[in-house]
Design a binder for this molecule. Sequence first.
Ligand code: BTN
Length: 255
Amino acid sequence: MFSKSKVGAIRELPLEETFHIHNFDRLDSTNTTLWQLIENGALSGTVVTAKEQTAGKGRRGRQWQSPSGGLYLSVFLAPNCASTDLGQLTLCSAWGIASALRDRGIPVGIKWPNDLVLRERKLGGILIETRGQKEIVDRAVIGIGINWRNPTPEVGINLEELTNAIATLEDLRSTVLHGLKTGCDRWQQDGIDPIVRDCDTLLVNRGQTVIVDGCGGVIVGVDKRGHLRVQFPDLQPPQPEIALPPGAIRLGYWV
Ligand code: BTN
């Protein structure tokens, strides 16, 4: 996935040989710049970072406020997966990054579909953009924003508010890239099932009640497409579980 051939060939390589990092002071959006580099022949494993973004992109067409002090980076991967499996890339990215931060003693959870949360507040987000043929995703840009020392909106939190476990932006960047690589390698080696199970344990929405078509349901986890699994324990006759794709329902923050 990180090379033109197969990820297995570079699995043991250190981070700096896996990723080719281009650092910028200020960009519109690291995702946009990375797409331009890809058009000009950049290979998978290319990374773009910026100290600040003037037009950072969030999910669902929202803006991602990107003042200096935050981590803003985009990674080019060539997953060559079916477009129906794209949700798996989301799961392995979110799981890998959350796990890497947890290994540093920061108790990060996952809020569906791909927010990173700390103390019920938004620590970061992931925006995956793809291009390619209709059925196969051969180019994906994984855009990652994480609040380190930057001011955040009310629902947000930055790492500095909670911990000094990560002292520099470079350290945070390496941790995140390491996590992303671990998540993708695990997906390649073991398939998606163990990642789905581990995402479920990190999912902060588990047990949360949601209203779907007027009925109260309980979130029980995610499935291997990254859809949200909801059960309806009180319905008579019993209803089968349903799975909601990203965008079908919006789960808010608690503050
Ligand atoms: C979200 O809405 O939760 C996803 C936010 C993703 C933001 C990151 S910051 C780096 C990369 N470049 C962008 O323009 N967006 C992503």
